[in-house]
Design a protein around this ligand. Structure first.
Ligand code: GTP
Ligand code: MG
Length: 187
């Protein structure tokens, strides 16, 4: 079989999800319809190392396999080397709109990713930012405004920004569709 022919029609997109511990990375993945079971758990169980889900999507005339890697926010559970980040097509940065520290950490997560993944053109590497947990206290306990987050994204080459709630299953489809399209566009 001619593998090269096959690869022209199929595209594998590697997506890496990063962000502080507890911002909801795993919860977002569990809510995504890509996942076999759609559920939300109140209970926090730290991710150890990394875990991925895959799903085939039809985008225009392309069959796209999205491979989404959920990583550990806790430093002691991070065990991923540069080889893991290399070849990524998109990086999703997640923070909690109620925790300013998790927003401030985006800078480091982005820098660290670029250092490890070492993409050909770092300035144009596709990132997507998700501000999660907007449901908490009806949004009254949020400490990072949408405006502030959008400014952060705009000043870094217009990174697409989505506000999400893994608990309420809000805006997650839209965010991951953007991930797929963005990664595909940069192929
Ligand atoms: P690490 O694996 O340690 O990096 O954490 P994580 O980013 O994967 O966080 P996780 O998804 O485990 O969620 C942490 C806690 O936040 C859990 O108790 C979740 O139930 C809760 N949580 C996640 N997303 C939301 C959300 O959108 N709204 C609310 N209210 N709680 C959320
Ligand atoms: Mg996790």
């Amino acid at each position: 079989m001619d593998m090269s022919m096959n690869m022209k029609r199929r595209t594998l997109l590697k997506v890496i999800v990063l962000g502080d511990s507890g911002v909801g990375k795993t919860s977002l993945m569990n809510q995504h319809p890509l996942y076999v079971y759609k559920k939300f758990s109140q209970q926090y169980k730290a991710t150890i190392g990394a875990d991925f889900v895959t799903k085939e999507l039809q985008i225009d005339d392309k069959l796209v396999t999205l491979q989404i890697w959920d990583t550990a926010g806790q430093e002691r559970f991070q065990s991923l080397g540069a080889a893991f980040y290399r070849g990524a097509d998109c990086c999703v940065l997640v923070y909690d709109v109620n925790v300013v520290k998790s927003f401030e950490a985006l800078h480091n997560w982005r820098e660290e990713f670029l250092k490890q993944a070492d993409p050909a053109v770092p300035e144009t590497f596709p990132f997507i930012v998700l501000g999660n947990k907007i449901d908490i206290d009806g949004g009254n306990s949020r400490v990072v405004s949408e405006k502030k987050a959008k400014e952060w994204c705009a000043s870094r080459g217009n990174i697409p920004y989505f506000e999400t709630s893994a608990k309420e299953d809000y805006n997650i489809n839209e965010a991951f569709l953007c991930v797929a399209n963005t990664a595909l566009a940069s192929e």
